[in-house]
Design a protein around this ligand. Structure first.
Ligand SMILES: Cc1cc2nc3c(=O)[nH]c(=O)nc-3n(C[C@H](O)[C@H](O)[C@H](O)COP(=O)(O)O)c2cc1C
Length: 425
């Protein structure tokens, strides 16, 4: 299944973009689902980064086309999650109303190419990025490796990004400009003519900011990201935890973390916001932090009134089973099932350290409603996934939501917010 749109061959990227953005091209979209299904079940890695001895045969292509043609004759609603979410999943946080707490994590749609269609799959919110100020290629391919038997992925993408201006143009055209007063002069894109659509899009959109590989001044990169992209976002994220950009994770040390958050908050607040005010600012942290690091981050976050934390990014650690797989020797971040407990434990510690005062987004290893529920009980107000979606495909999202409703009902919770941190209250 697709891991990163930018990794697809150019022609497939175009087809995907067309199929995902055109309201009318149901057949295209369903053909794409056909691709995903066959990619997953016929074991043909059409979209993945590494093809391990598998061949895209003529028969398979025929089957994919036949599958696409067949499903295009069926009512779209059968395949596309369009029903409203049950009210028990709705919640208000970060100044926004979410119809459900399940979001797509950063890294899947790095360049904001398919936001509306991804929201259309039933996600409560979608986070695009990480976006770097200047376009950059990222690390040489292959850079994404599956450990299929373990439900895991190792990646060392290294922030492949089309850059803030390209993403701003795309979001401006698709989603419209959010919140910023017309009088503001803060946008650094004025010379690049970003098209403003006029009003916010229908779904909740997070923008995750990264730094360029060659940049010496990380804070300046994030500030540039804020100036250019905050007006399109419902929330902003400083990604201080990717293991694939040298020095990035040092930003999680107490002094660096404090300086960085202050500078980025100031840059955001200096912009001239309309009535609604600026978008909330969150920081995404690693699951490999020591107890002391977590205490420092909690203290600074409380002191600076940070709007939220995302816990967590991928891990640089490797579980014991990794010895079985040569691919596990690849450098980079491990995500998926092996990350579930590690990231949930860090989330739990952070919930306790911040005394439930800061909204936390739980991320790492979510493959089911039960996994999402564990994160919520551990202190997450919202939950994100990437690897689960990469393996499970679009059908996983309604399934996770249905299972989550069952978990809440089973334990007698009438809302998500009632269940947040239930293990420690
Ligand atoms: C291929 C790949 C690329 C990723 N790129 C980014 C990124 O650009 N920025 C970011 O903050 N996280 C990135 N992530 C991390 C995910 O957002 C998420 O935090 C992590 O994978 C754990 O969640 P999961 O187990 O559900 O995948 C990436 C993950 C993968 C697998």
């Amino acid at each position: 299944m697709a891991l990163d749109i930018a990794l697809l061959p150019r022609r497939l990227q175009k087809l995907l973009q067309k199929s995902l953005t055109s309201q009318k091209s149901i057949a295209f979209r369903l053909c794409f689902i056909g691709f995903l299904i066959f990619d997953e079940f016929v074991n043909v890695d059409i979209l993945g980064d590494r093809v391990e001895g598998r061949l895209l045969t003529g028969t398979t292509i025929g089957l994919v086309i036949a599958g696409g043609a067949y499903v295009s004759t069926v009512d779209e609603a059968t395949f596309w999650e369009k029903r409203p979410d049950p009210s028990v999943l709705g919640l208000e946080v970060l100044g926004r109303k979410f119809s459900n707490p399940i979001g797509l994590a950063a890294g899947f749609d790095k360049n904001a190419e398919a936001v509306d269609s991804l929201l259309g799959l039933g996600f409560g919110f979608v986070e695009v990025g990480s976006v770097t100020p200047v376009p950059q290629e990222g690390n040489p391919k292959p850079r994404i490796f599956r450990l299929r038997q373990e439900g895991a992925i190792i990646n060392h993408c290294g922030f492949n990004s089309e850059g803030i201006v390209a993403v701003a143009k795309r979001l401006g055209a698709q989603h419209g400009k959010r919140k910023l007063d017309e009088t503001s002069s803060a946008s650094s894109t004025s010379n690049n003519k970003v098209i403003h659509g006029g009003k916010a899009g229908p779904g909740i959109l997070g923008v995750n900011l990264g730094k360029n590989k060659t940049s010496e001044d990380a804070a300046a990169d994030y500030v540039q990201g804020v100036h250019t992209l905050s007006q399109y976002s419902d929330y902003l994220v400083i990604n201080a935890s990717s293991p694939n950009t040298r020095g990035l994770r040092m930003l999680q040390g107490r002094k660096q973390f404090k300086d960085l958050v202050k500078k980025v908050q100031a840059a955001r607040d200096e912009m001239q916001w309309g009535e609604e005010g600026p978008p909330p600012l969150l920081v995404k942290i690693a699951p490999d932090l020591s107890k002391e690091d977590l205490e420092d981050i909690a203290a600074v976050s409380l002191a600076l009134r940070l709007d939220g934390l995302i816990i967590s990014n991928t891990t640089i650690s490797r579980p014991d089973f990794a010895k079985k797989y040569p691919v596990a020797e690849e450098t980079g971040g491990l995500s998926g099932k092996p990350l579930l407990n590690l990231s949930t434990n860090i989330l739990k510690e952070m919930y306790i350290l911040t005394r439930g005062k800061i909204p936390l987004i739980g991320c790492g290893g979510v493959f089911s409603g039960e996994d999402a529920y564990k994160k919520i009980r551990a202190g997450a107000t919202l939950v994100q996934l990437y690897t689960g979606f990469a393996y499970g495909g679009p059908a996983l999202i309604p399934r996770i939501k249905a299972e989550l409703v069952e978990c809440l009902e089973r334990d007698g919770f009438k809302s998500i917010l009632e269940a947040v941190g239930a293990d420690y209250r």
